[in-house]
Design a protein around this ligand. Structure first.
Ligand SMILES: NC(=O)c1ccc[n+]([C@@H]2O[C@H](COP(=O)([O-])OP(=O)(O)OC[C@H]3O[C@@H](n4cnc5c(N)ncnc54)[C@H](O)[C@@H]3O)[C@@H](O)[C@H]2O)c1
Length: 334
């Protein structure tokens, strides 16, 4: 079994590879990653040199490169994690999100179709469903919730999901999709809430919180997400979408206060900043389908998972310092 994993030098993809390369020594994994600012070759160090793992630096938007890679490697499975993933960047520069998240996905779908891959899996987000009101805790996103994205990021991911489904319906490409809630865990680029706040709090810097910090996210440990993708690859039904969530809703302010408390820092470090335009209020996922069909369930509760995650960032200051200094971008060249 030969598996293409795109975006494997990023946060979720690298955790996925650490898990899968060790769990399935008989499978061969090829990671294709452009090493954008969010890609970090250091994330792949734990599996560097493993016999069943190979890294290829390349862009999913480069059709020629993608086609040649598919010709050479004859993949059985394609799992697409590669994306521009930061909502704030999508507000500043939407174009790159359309290029990577839509056109890049198109290139992979087209190559997968021409090479008869046995499965194409799209890693997507709960943000494609838009948001839920704060005062209706009974409402959750299901797989049948209408697609109604709010940001250029989520709109580009929703567009990609539509294309993936169209390749199933029109061309019979064997696809699956997972829509997952906010991930946390090791190796997340420190532009995202948890690593950003840990890194600032450790250095007694101000912690910027959007608006009043009331926006609610459902948090899932990255390992639980990746176990879900593994189960969908092995037992998911072709053509289906599976929601994966952590059943752990927290306001952003609660998350920031949890970090400060664990680090023994004062809440005076919190500073409230102008809200993000179009800021989604609440995400909440109903994972019943994955639970009943696949036997998937999240194993981390948020309290233990966040504690372990904060400890990881505190104990891996070198990893963060390499990013801050830009040294991480030279590791692959070396
Ligand atoms: N982080 C979350 O909470 C979350 C939740 C649900 C879904 N997702 C989805 O999971 C996937 C991975 O997210 P992440 O948080 O690990 O993102 P990330 O930003 O940490 O990593 C993205 C990776 O993709 C690579 N990449 C970007 N553009 C590329 C291109 N054109 N060609 C090849 N590689 C490219 C980057 O170099 C990086 O290694 C994304 O598709 C994202 O939409 C993320």
């Amino acid at each position: 079994m030969k598996v293409l994993v795109t975006g494997g030098a990023g946060f979720i993809g690298s955790n996925f590879l650490h898990y899968m390369v060790n769990k399935y020594p008989e499978y061969e994994f090829v990671c294709l990653d452009a090493l954008t600012y969010a890609g970090n070759y250091n994330n792949l160090k734990p599996i560097e040199g493993k016999k069943n793992f190979k890294f290829v630096k390349g862009n999913i938007c480069d059709k020629e490169l993608v086609d040649k890679l598919f010709d050479d490697e004859k993949f059985d499975w394609v799992i697409n994690f590669a994306a521009e993933s930061h909502v704030d960047n999508s507000i500043k520069n939407p174009g790159i999100f359309v290029e990577t998240n839509v056109m890049g996905t198109y290139n992979l779908l087209d190559a997968s179709r021409r090479h008869d891959v046995k499965r194409y899996h799209q890693v997507s987000t709960d943000e494609v469903y838009g948001d839920l009101p704060l005062d209706r805790p009974d409402l959750l996103f299901t797989e049948d919730t209408p697609i109604k994205p709010s940001s250029p990021y989520s709109a580009s991911k929703a567009s990609a999901d539509h294309l993936v489904r169209a390749y199933f319906r029109t061309f019979g490409l064997p696809i699956t999709i997972s829509n997952c809630s906010n991930n946390y865990g090791p190796y997340q680029f420190p532009e995202k809430l948890i690593p950003l706040m840990v890194s600032k709090a450790v250095n007694d810097e101000k912690l910027p919180v959007y608006g009043k910090g009331e926006n609610v996210r459902d948090w899932i440990h990255v390992h639980d997400h990746n176990v879900g993708v593994d189960m969908i690859m092995h037992n998911g039904r072709i053509g289906e979408t599976y929601n994966l969530g952590g059943r752990s809703e927290r306001t952003n302010l609660e998350v920031v206060k949890t970090i400060l408390k664990q680090l023994g820092k004062s809440e005076d470090l919190i500073t409230y900043v102008t809200d993000r335009p179009g800021h989604d209020l609440r995400y909440a996922i109903d994972s019943t389908k994955a639970e009943t069909e696949l036997g998937w369930e999240r194993t981390y509760n948020f309290e233990d998972g966040i504690k372990e995650t904060i400890d990881w960032y505190v104990n891996n200051q070198d990893w963060i310092d390499d990013i801050k200094s830009g040294a991480y971008q030279k590791v692959y060249k070396k």
